[in-house]
Design a protein around this ligand. Structure first.
Ligand code: ADP
Ligand code: MG
Length: 635
């Protein structure tokens, strides 16, 4: 959440830059010292033929049917059988050293331009892209005459010509080149990004591959779409016009399935796998369209109207359905507070908003409007997709890190547990075997001590002391336990503690302390009685050893809580600091001169084996509280 303002700031800055670029761009044109022409005349020619005349024929020049037209008005309806249209423009005063005329939109696949006496331009296109962007030099003596355009109108584009300006050739050239350069740059940037991402894909591992490749193809096809939709390349490389148009179709066919695939890879299959099904349908349909494209090229566009119906009209409907479904899914995910969905939706909303606005404009102006802003919406949307993918990668990466950390922790834990198992098995059996000979030796040493000389008595005392230390180790381990005695049964807590109290009462009074029992009746746990006693004796012994010199008190409380028996052992002894608390249960950790550091290790193991937990709370100087939780059973 803290990063949100930063992200917002970046997005706003980007928007501002884009806006400024766009603002600066059209203004350039209006500063030109040129004459904009908005009025001309139009004539439908029913007698025109494919053969181009060298100059406008007499019947055209003299025709009474010329209709005056303004830039904003539509031409008169095309009469039946009229394939050709003529447009006549009056040439104004040409005061420039190299005068020229620029017509930014001239619709027609075959276009010829004349003055009364000579031909200025002649182009025939073998492909269906009817927009021409013309810049034609004139002579000063052409002033006062007219320009005649002859166009073959195949499509129902009604505008015929737009944006006509007379001016200085070099200034117009500047505009002419600038016009759609932005498109090519934008598209080129997308294509480059896509290619770079494709190259990077070689180094990616498989988990990322799917979404990455999908995004690569989305970006690549968007780039190619933008480039091949722009009139710039058609003007610059007229010979490749056909290729460009096919490129447009192919990019559209690849864009849709890869976009769906990307969505599916990021957000899943959607409600009832609808996204999955859609992406499969689209993949099949796109392949079908590709097949049609090949067929269309093969048959020399003989069945173009069918091709157009299937690859443009039907595809358009499919596209709208898909967008609607994706938008619904994505809004749904956003409602579930999926951050990726928010980002994705933001991008999509900008894109869709601009797209809808422009389409409305397009229909409102009776298909005169040229879609322009949608590209910037696209930029926004692509950025949002990259961000979503990047976030996905980061998330996966973090997850892997997390897993490896956990794995390491489990591994350590396992190793520790194994070590403990071996140590305690071994130690318990050794201790058990050693106890008897030790006791016998102690008895004989005591006997010897009573009889020996005073000088020897000191040595014998030392020997006795060392023997006691050895037996202390054994006591911590197995006061009651015999190795392998796995006699598990239901234990009565109050009974066990009565026994334990009996064992430890005298030890407590030696340390000037007393033991207080507060045990709820009828508490039972499952376990081995000897081991249970062993565990609590070790703990209570520690408490006794920590007691102050007077008024020591140890409270043992047992209650029932949520199906567990909770046993608390509290003392008012010397307590422990956090460092010590952390090390409790570690073998051989002891702060006592004669300590073994084994007592709590054994205790932890026993409690664990009863599916219980043991926690300590303590403060230096204030006492200690140990809490044991063991699942309760019935008697
Ligand atoms: P030992 O008693 O032989 O030292 P333990 O494993 O029983 O070994 O205990 C380890 C250490 O934990 C003790 O040395 C002591 O410092 C500390 N300790 C355990 N219980 C208490 C307690 N109730 N009060 C203060 N310190 C304690
Ligand atoms: Mg101890």
């Amino acid at each position: 959440m803290k990063r949100l303002p930063k992200i917002l700031a970046i997005v706003l800055a980007l928007l501002a830059v884009v806006y400024l670029c766009l603002e600066a761009y059209p203004r350039q044109k209006s500063t030109r010292d040129s004459i904009q022409v908005k009025d001309w005349q139009i004539l439908w020619d029913t007698e025109g033929s494919a053969a181009a005349p060298d100059a406008p024929p007499e019947r055209v020049l003299q025709s009474p049917d010329w209709t005056a037209m303004h830039e904003d008005t539509l031409p008169p309806a095309r009469p039946a059988g009229a394939e050709w249209a003529w447009v006549r423009l009056d040439i104004p005063q040409l005061s420039w050293t190299i005068p020229a005329v620029m017509m930014q939109k001239v619709y027609g696949r075959d276009v010829m331009v004349y003055t009364e006496y000579r031909e200025l331009f002649d182009a025939h296109r073998q492909y269906r892209y009817s927009m021409n962007n013309l810049l034609l030099p004139l002579r000063t003596e052409d002033a006062g005459g007219s320009i005649y355009l002859r166009m073959k109108i195949n499509e129902t584009r009604p505008g015929i010509i737009e944006d006509v300006a007379f001016g200085n050739f070099y200034e117009l050239l500047n505009d002419y080149l600038n016009q759609d350069l932005l498109d090519v740059m934008l598209g080129g940037a997308f294509v480059l990004t896509g290619v770079v991402m494709l190259v990077c894909a070689m180094f990616l591992n498989r988990t990322y591959m799917k979404s990455w490749l999908a995004l690569c193809f989305v970006i690549l096809s968007i780039g190619l779409l933008v480039i091949s939709y722009s009139p710039f390349l058609f003007t610059l490389y007229p010979a490749y016009g056909g290729v460009l148009q096919r490129l447009f179709d192919v990019s559209l066919f690849t864009l849709l399935p890869s976009f769906l695939y990307f969505f599916q890879a990021i957000f899943g299959n959607g409600y009832r796998n609808v996204v999955l099904h859609l992406s499969r349908i689209q993949l099949v349909y796109s392949s079908f369209c590709l097949f049609l494209l090949v067929g269309n090229v093969w048959t020399d566009e003989r069945y173009f109207s069918l091709y157009y119906l299937l690859t443009t009209t039907v595809l358009g409907v499919l596209m709208i359905v898909e967008l609607f479904v994706l938008l619904t899914c994505s809004v749904f995910y956003s409602l579930q507070r999926n951050k990726d969905a928010w980002i994705f939706n933001g991008g999509l909303a900008v894109f869709a908003g601009i797209g809808v606005f422009e389409l409305l404009q397009y229909y409102a102006t009776q298909e005169q409007y040229d879609l322009y802003w949608w590209k910037w919406g696209m930029v926004f949307f692509v950025i949002s997709m990259i961000v979503v993918l990047g976030r996905r990668f980061a998330e996966t990466h973090n997850q892997v890190l997390q897993y490896s950390k956990e794995l390491e922790m489990f591994n350590n834990e396992l190793q520790r547990a194994e070590k403990m198992e071996i140590i305690s098995e071994l130690a318990a059996s050794v201790a058990h075997e050693v106890r008897n000979p030790l006791q016998v030796t102690r008895g004989f040493l005591q006997l010897l001590g009573e009889r020996s000389a005073v000088s020897d008595k000191a040595y014998i005392d030392m020997a006795l002391e060392e023997l006691d230390r050895a037996s202390g180790i054994i006591t911590d381990f197995l006061t009651f336990a015999k190795p392998g005695a796995e006699n598990v049964k239901s234990l009565s807590i109050s009974e066990e503690f009565r026994h334990i109290e009996g064992v430890l009462k005298s030890l407590a009074s030696i340390h000037h302390g007393k033991i207080v029992l507060d045990i709820e009746p009828d508490l039972y746990v499952r376990g081995n009685s000897s081991k249970f006693k062993q565990a609590f004796i070790n703990m209570i012994k520690n408490s006794i050893e920590a007691l102050p010199d007077e008024d020591g008190k140890i409270t043992i409380q047992a209650v029932r809580e949520n199906g567990e028996v909770v046993i608390q052992i509290r003392d008012n002894g010397m307590g422990m600091g956090p460092e010590e608390l952390k090390r409790l249960g570690e073998p051989y950790f002891s702060n006592k001169t004669k300590g073994t550091g084994l007592g709590l290790m054994v205790t932890f193991r026993i409690i664990e084996s009863m599916q219980g937990t043991l926690t300590f709370e303590s403060k230096k100087g204030a006492g200690t509280q140990a809490t044991v939780r063991i699942p309760e059973t019935t008697s």
